[in-house]
Write a protein that binds this ligand. Structure first.
Ligand SMILES: NC(=O)c1ccc[n+]([C@@H]2O[C@H](COP(=O)([O-])OP(=O)(O)OC[C@H]3O[C@@H](n4cnc5c(N)ncnc54)[C@H](OP(=O)(O)O)[C@@H]3O)[C@@H](O)[C@H]2O)c1
Length: 325
């Protein structure tokens, strides 16, 4: 099968379209014929091998998993003997730890769910990694309740554009933070108010937000806390991953925030990177009810994955970049 593989860490030029063996599946696995796959910061991080901390998981000198990509939407091609939830022909979306920038990807049923009926494969591939992070930020880390004021930083991005819509579905009043060119886009997602970060900082109105969901910009915790009410909650999804060769933004969310949270009244929480079929089911319900519509900024054919990664790296997207297979 055709796949986008890399032998070494580096910029997008390390990605090559090659013929590789189709994955074989075990009794508890599913083989998906991939129709579309999403691009997200995780793909960039594992492509360049930075921050270096991630190499503990991905391979010290070269990537252990050669095929890039994680999000997928496609059709079940084959199921293992003990798989009961899916059968060949099912349209699904989810993630593959073995890489999804390929014609076929192996995964496990707990990382897959039925594709939302009202989405194309391209739109569905924009959801899994970013949508699950957005859902956990709103529902678990932020514990958003109706009537609360929520600030979403990076509201035009993959996670932020879905977090705005999910927070609205949870009954919040939402302010989105984005670059000036994206204010119309963020309003179109349903944000009640928009803050252009080139003109004002997030503490412009004082400590007014019950929940701050941070997905971009790498602001210091002190600034994030100044926008929060005294008992408010900070949900740290990410940001700053391109800065700092060793830890990137992880130092703030893995070490400093949990320590500080022990001694301050506000809750400073890190959004965990868990992939669960139940979350994909909940996202599908939101999508099919019309509360959540993933935005695809641009799509590229599989062979143009290096160009897709270059475009993604330049930043300032409205939603997601997707590869079609
Ligand atoms: N914990 C998890 O499970 C999980 C899962 C997925 C992603 N993540 C992390 O979450 C972060 C966001 O991911 P993503 O997919 O949403 O990335 P993305 O699509 O690149 O979005 C990041 C957004 O931040 C905005 N931004 C940049 N500088 C900013 C600033 N100074 N102030 C406010 N916004 C700014 C960018 O757009 P504009 O400048 O154009 O407004 C962009 O929309 C990454 O660090 C990623 O690694 C974590």
């Amino acid at each position: 099968m055709k796949a986008i593989v890399q032998d070494t860490y580096g910029p997008a030029d390390v990605l090559h379209l090659r013929d590789v063996d189709r994955p074989t599946i075990g009794d508890e696995e599913v083989l998906v014929r991939v129709r579309a796959a999403g691009v997200d910061p995780g793909v960039w991080i594992f492509m360049v091998g930075r921050p270096y901390l991630v190499r503990l998981a991905s391979g010290l000198r070269r990537p252990r998993v050669a095929v890039r990509g994680r999000d997928l939407a496609g059709v079940v091609a084959e199921v293992g003997a003990r798989v009961t939830r899916f059968q060949p022909g099912d349209e699904v979306y989810g993630t593959s730890p073995g890489g999804s920038y390929a014609e076929f990807a192996a995964t496990t049923p707990d990382r897959l769910a039925r594709k939302p009926a009202n989405l194309s494969f391209e739109q569905a591939a924009a959801v899994p990694v970013s949508g699950m992070a957005a859902l956990r930020a709103v529902r678990d880390s932020g514990a958003v309740r109706p009537g609360q004021r929520v600030l979403v930083i990076g509201a035009a991005g993959g996670v932020g554009s879905q977090a705005v819509q999910i927070a609205k579905a949870y009954g919040a009043t939402v302010t989105g933070v984005c670059a000036p060119a994206k204010t119309g886009f963020v309003r179109s997602l349903g944000a009640d108010d928009v803050l252009d970060y080139t003109r004002a900082e997030i503490d412009r109105d004082g400590a007014v937000y019950d929940v701050v969901i941070d997905t971009g910009g790498d602001r210091p915790l002190s600034l994030l806390r100044r926008a929060l009410t005294p008992r408010g909650t900070l949900a740290l999804v990410g940001g700053g991953y391109t800065r700092g060769r060793l830890l990137g933004g992880y130092g703030r969310q893995m070490f400093r925030a949990p320590l500080l949270s022990l001694v301050v009244g506000q809750r400073l929480r890190t959004v965990s990177a868990v992939e669960r079929a139940e979350d994909l089911d909940e996202l599908r319900d939101l999508i099919e009810s019309g509360a959540l519509t993933p935005a695809v900024d641009r799509s590229y054919p599989l062979a143009e994955a290096p160009e897709a990664l270059r475009y993604f790296t330049r930043g300032h997207l409205a939603g997601k970049v997707v590869l079609t297979v």
